[in-house]
Design a binder for this molecule. Structure first.
Ligand SMILES: Cc1ncc(COP(=O)(O)O)c(C=O)c1O
Length: 467
């Protein structure tokens, strides 16, 4: 494609209102146009190759341009492109439900299909409320979530989300949704142990349940790792401690695995394998098709379904989507899982994870890098131009948005970054190898140094070693 083409796509693209559209840039946006993908790389419309650092949006787990995926999608399209999920079904939807039941922990043996992560969370929350109506507990509807959580963009999912910046211009249900602090290890006071910190956080959940009343709290929802909140790492044992609190107070535990399921932490589901919890409900999306087609789901335990059946066998969960169990999306998910199993992609993620984290940790040598954290193949490099003492500290905010600058520099170096304010989130396709991890870290390091030089030359930051 020519530069002209790029420009014309960028111009026309201004009629596409993108997620988190910033109104002040309306009509002025010049987004990078991505034209192709292959393995862990993508290529923009001017032919520049970029390593796909965020794997799209934490989703292209098996990598781009898989012929087998294209074939499976084409075959299913030609066999049956759509069927209503109300009174009919299709073989891929049925087969995928059976497969997910075998991969999920405990007795989470039933699957409700949705169109993505937000609708998975929304449907899970509606299911919990539905169940309590059936059980004759209509007041037990309150949901507890955490600050900095991201659960999606539908009304209930957004109400469960806890990123304050996202709360400025929209409406949310504030009556039923409550937020407690996140379990950020970076905020742990130095004077207490990790165990003590964990106990404090679990206690906060228990206190919140007691404050609202356990007869009113329906569920606690938590991402295993707060992903879009900045890869926030909880203290060891946090989820198990929260689950114990939930069990004690008859509160359901929803594990939002939209990011962590399908290999990001080296397992199909991370809840039990990594965090030792068998939740009542798991939500998933993204990696379920490796982003080839939109699909989401929530998995629910037999126990919960039985409790509804026992109480009212005539109850109807009046919730669902035209595209619930879409046959082509389900065929893509089945092929995706088959590829993951056949190519031992989860094993690769587990094997590469320590190397990925160690290599990224070397970036701590760069003066503006304040923290590097992560688990599996998800990580966050947090920069801070304030913490290192600069000449203009008084006019700078802690969260100076250096992430965008780093991303821009990295793009010129051939690396795509997911910038979140002052953080760079990295979650590459799970097929990445050591050599490619070296490439990713080297380019990220250079990009951060280039951004550091910018802020230095603009007088926004001063290298402490220069003074
Ligand atoms: C943990 C979590 N839950 C839910 C969602 C919403 O998923 P979707 O964007 O597919 O609706 C996301 C999206 O990033 C997420 O990270």
């Amino acid at each position: 494609m020519t530069g002209n083409n790029t420009e014309s796509i960028q111009k026309r693209d201004n009629q596409f209102l993108h997620p988190w559209e910033d109104i002040k840039h309306l009509g002025q946006n010049r987004r990078t146009v991505i034209a192709e993908g292959d393995g862990i790389y993508i290529r923009d419309s001017d032919g520049n190759q970029l390593l796909d650092g965020p794997a799209g949006m934490w989703c292209v787990n098996i990598g781009h341009r898989r012929q087998e995926m294209a074939d499976a999608i084409a075959e299913q399209t030609m066999a049956l492109s759509y069927v209503s999920p109300w009174s009919l079904t299709s073989s891929p939807a049925a087969e995928l439900a059976e497969k997910l039941a075998t991969l999920s922990p405990g007795d989470l043996n039933h699957v409700f299909y949705t169109t993505g992560g937000s609708t998975a969370v929304d449907s899970a929350l509606r299911f919990v409320m539905f169940r309590n109506n059936v059980l004759g507990q209509p007041k037990k509807k309150h949901i507890i979530s955490r600050n900095n959580a991201y659960h999606g963009s539908t009304f209930l999912a957004a109400s469960a989300s806890g990123k304050t910046r996202d709360k400025n211009f929209l409406d949310f249900n504030t009556e039923l949704f409550h937020h407690i602090s996140d379990p950020n290890m970076m905020a742990k006071p130095g004077s207490i142990s990790e165990n003590e910190y964990c106990a404090i956080k679990a206690q906060e959940l228990e206190d919140k349940i007691k404050e609202i009343g356990s007869d009113k709290v329906a569920a606690f929802i938590a991402e295993p790792i707060l992903a879009s909140g900045g890869v926030i790492m909880a203290p060891q044992g946090y989820h198990a401690a929260c689950l114990a609190v939930c069990r004690k107070h008859d509160v359901l535990y929803i594990s939002d695995e939209v990011v962590t399921a399908f290999g990001r932490l080296g397992h199909f589901f991370a809840s039990e394998a990594v965090f030792d919890v068998v939740p009542d409900i798991i939500t998933c999306a993204k990696g379920i098709t490796s982003g080839y087609l939109p699909l989401g789901a929530f998995l629910v335990s037999d126990k919960l379904l039985q409790s509804i059946e026992t109480e009212d066998p005539n109850a109807v969960f009046s919730n669902g989507f035209t595209y619930s169990g879409h046959p082509v999306a389900c065929a893509a998910a089945l092929k995706n899982i088959e590829i993951m199993e056949r190519e031992s992609i989860l094993e690769n993620a587990r094997e590469m994870a320590p190397y990925f984290q160690q290599k990224l940790a070397t970036l701590l040598d760069i003066p503006i890098v304040a923290d590097v954290r992560g688990i599996g193949l998800m990580a966050c490099v947090e920069c801070d131009i304030n913490v290192k003492k600069d000449a203009h500290a008084d006019v700078l905010k802690m969260d100076y948005a250096i992430g965008d600058r780093i991303d821009k520099h990295c793009q010129t170096l051939g690396l795509l970054v997911r910038p979140i304010i002052n953080m760079c989130v990295m979650s590459p396709p799970l097929i990445i190898n050591r050599h490619q991890i070296d490439e990713l870290v080297e380019k990220l390091g250079k990009g951060i140094e280039m951004a550091m030089e910018d802020v230095k030359s603009e007088g926004l930051w001063q290298d402490p070693s220069d003074s």
